[in-house]
Design a protein around this ligand. Structure first.
Ligand code: ADP
Length: 697
């Protein structure tokens, strides 16, 4: 007998009836159990029972009360009961107490054929019930599994072309229930145009070629018009002849995974680009082109220049005309520095700025009240942007700007993370390139210095050599001694060359000392006016030779705790330069004592210095004048600055090319307790208004 044979309980059956029933039911595929009334409950619990046969007391079975209890128990398990009674009215009376269908009856002993027919009916009902239950459970499992996964599960009946979707088709792609149409066309309509032909062809092939499984990756439209990356995997069910009937499968949203893969690829490509070259502008421009159009419609890179202003070094957008116009607008924006741009704010805070959905308020903020600029920005059609700091070694070197316009895309947190990772890599590359540039510049400065130094040393040495040779020749042999006056003039010439050599030697020594950090100050009470007088006296012949009238403006002693010889050095360097670069024109020196600091200004009307060189000339070996016309090691101003700083002061220059320069030194009177001197640019060019506007003490 098969395991699938239905189980029948025949309760408390007297032996004679038992024999009769066994014989009558023997031909049916049944498993007969003969429990006592007390065992019925256990039997019902332990396995599915198809029917319970219950002989009543009249045929030696159970009394009515017990029969009622057993019927109720069986009914609770959904198992029908067949009563056997001698007289049917007895059984009918019992039946009346129970719901229809719960219990049936036969006269006992039952006619074998009738019993078999009745039993076969009960078994049939049992089988149908079991099948239904199995189906219900399976449906429930299916429903639960579709809920448990986040995939959009579908069941496509190809015969009726109906497609049933799990709820996730709505959660994944955002469609409201009424928009999800249950047919194949709805699905195929939502495939991305670039994928549709390929996906439909592969599905057709799978159906025609008798495949059981089908798998494709494609993009599927979301309700907001964006696309999700999906992996679709389906199982094809066929009829006996192999005709496809149904396909059950699921669409898995792999957008985030794909995006992470793409981002990783993008970052590694960007790193390769950034690491491939130390030429800064070229590298950053290439980076900008890598970002467009993958990550942005517009990409810009701005670096902070030496004066702390942002300078645009790269810009990418597919349309050249728009690019040119944007660059012009940027220049305008950069010029209006008082209008503190978003980019400047990112440099100041070191924090990224990100706008998911660009609004009118953002437009106003960006244009800073400039009508024309606002119109231009409006035309740009920005939908979203982000500005990221280029941070390296704790400094913000510049900003990376990404903007969406034509594509209508919007940035989210993941984009910001990716862009920041990109900005960090870019910052590292910028830092490396800057270090490299600096190293290159230092090398070229050193080379220039060596050749200039050799030249500078050669001039006095050559004239020294020539003078000595002439003298030796004149004093040689029997010749008469040259006249005393001639001899004196020769020796003075020699002295001058020696002094020049000495000055060069001192400069070199000073620089070496400064480089190793030794600058010993001998502070004492010094009158700056007296120092200036001394230096001016010493320089009188030189100034005369150069055609420079020396004018000193002073109002009496200006005394402070300073280092006399270092102050002399400062005045000497400034005066040397004024005479050298302002030959033929007057040189004015002014000393003033203000309540908290002393001021020394040296003004000439010479060649002047272009604005872009004005800060670097205070650095070591830095020169801004042509080597052919002006000698010099590029050390005087460096030494001056270092001495002034050691005295807690400041030195700066105001100058106009072709009109002259004014070098101003501000010194506190003592090493401590001095307020910081005036900030750069707080006095007028040339410093001339000071004298008139305030009274020195
Ligand atoms: P140098 O020996 O070259 O004069 P400095 O350090 O004294 O070196 O000056 C650095 C550079 O600054 C000079 O090469 C020159 O270009 C510029 N400079 C300094 N003083 C003046 C000045 N009074 N007028 C014009 N340029 C000047």
């Amino acid at each position: 007998m098969s395991d699938a044979a239905p189980h029948i309980l025949l309760v408390d059956t007297p032996p004679a009836l038992q024999r009769h029933l066994r014989l009558s039911l023997g031909t049916l595929e049944l498993r007969l159990h003969w429990p006592a009334a007390e065992q019925v409950s256990e039997c019902l619990e332990s396995r599915p029972i198809a029917a319970v046969v219950l002989p009543l007391a009249s045929v030696g079975g159970l009394p009515k009360s017990q029969a009622h209890a057993l019927i109720r128990q069986s009914h609770a398990h959904g198992v029908p009961v067949l009563l056997l009674a001698e007289e049917l009215p007895e059984a009918v009376e019992v039946m009346e107490a129970h719901p229809p269908g719960a219990v049936d009856c036969m006269a006992s002993p039952p006619e074998p054929q009738l019993l078999r027919a009745r039993m076969a009916g009960l078994v049939e009902r049992f089988r149908a019930r079991s099948a239904q239950e199995a189906l219900r459970q399976s449906e429930e499992r299916y429903r639960l599994s579709t809920l448990a996964t986040s995939d959009a599960i579908y069941d496509w009946d190809m015969v009726t072309d109906t497609l049933r979707w799990s709820v996730h088709v709505r959660t994944l792609f955002g469609y409201p229930p009424e928009d999800v149409q249950g047919d194949f066309r709805w699905w195929s309509r939502n495939l991305h145009r670039k994928d549709r032909r390929r996906v439909l062809a592969s599905l057709r092939d799978a159906l025609e070629q008798g495949d059981v499984k089908w798998r494709q990756e494609y993009q599927f439209s979301r309700v907001d018009g964006s696309y999700a990356d999906v992996v679709d995997q389906g199982y094809i069910l066929r009829d006996a002849s192999g005709q496809p009937l149904r396909m059950v499968g699921g669409m898995q949203d792999v957008t985030e995974r794909k995006r992470a893969e793409r981002n990783l690829r993008f970052l590694s490509e960007a790193s390769a680009q950034l690491g491939s070259n130390l030429e800064l502008r070229e590298t950053l421009q290439r980076l900008a082109w890598l970002v467009v159009p993958e990550l942005a419609d517009w990409c810009s890179v701005d670096l902070v220049d030496e004066e702390g202003h942002l300078k645009r070094v790269a810009l990418a957008h597919p349309e050249p005309r728009k690019r040119t116009r944007a660059l012009e607008h940027w220049e305008r924006l950069a010029e209006a520095r008082e209008r503190r741009s978003v980019l400047n704010r990112v440099v100041e805070t070191g924090q990224p700025r990100w706008v998911h959905a660009f609004s009118r308020a953002h437009l106003e903020e960006l244009s800073g009240g400039d009508e024309e600029l606002r119109a231009a920005l409006e035309l740009l059609g920005c939908t979203s942007y982000m500005v990221l700091p280029l941070n390296a070694r704790g400094r913000v070197l510049g900003v990376l700007g990404l903007l969406q316009a034509e594509s209508g895309r919007h940035y989210d947190e993941t984009d910001v993370e990716l862009a920041q990772a990109l900005a960090n890599r870019a910052a590292l590359a910028v830092d490396n390139a800057m270090l490299y540039q600096r190293a290159q510049r230092a090398i070229s400065l050193r080379d220039d210095f060596l050749s200039i130094a050799a030249h500078e040393l050669r001039t006095p040495t050559t004239s020294l050599k020539l003078s000595v040779q002439t003298l030796v020749r004149k004093l040689q042999g029997e010749r008469p001694m040259p006249p005393r006056e001639q001899l004196r003039s020769r020796l003075e010439g020699l002295n001058l060359s020696v002094a020049r050599l000495e000055a060069l030697e001192n400069q070199l020594l000073d620089v070496t000392r400064l480089a190793s950090g030794h600058l010993q100050l001998q502070r004492e009470e010094v009158d700056l006016v007296e120092v200036v007088h001394g230096v001016l006296d010493a320089f009188a012949p030189q100034a005369e030779d150069a055609g420079c009238e020396l004018v000193l403006v002073e109002h009496g002693p200006v005394v402070g705790q300073w280092d006399r010889s270092r102050l002399e050095q400062v005045v000497t360097h400034l005066l040397t330069n004024a005479i050298k670069y302002g030959a033929g024109k007057p040189v004015r020196v002014r000393v003033q004592g203000w309540p908290e600091w002393a001021q020394l200004s040296v003004s000439d009307q010479g060649i002047g210095i272009a604005p872009e060189h004005q800060s670097r000339i205070f650095e070591r070996f830095e020169r801004a004048a042509s080597d052919r016309h002006y000698g010099g090691l590029g050390l005087g101003l460096y030494i001056t600055r270092r001495i002034v700083e050691a005295l807690c002061g400041e030195v700066h220059v105001t100058s106009r090319p072709g009109q002259g320069s004014t070098f101003t030194v501000l010194l506190p009177y003592t090493a401590v307790g001095a307020r910081k001197p005036l900030a750069e640019g707080s006095h007028e060019e040339g410093g001339s208004t000071w004298e008139e506007s305030a009274q020195p003490h």
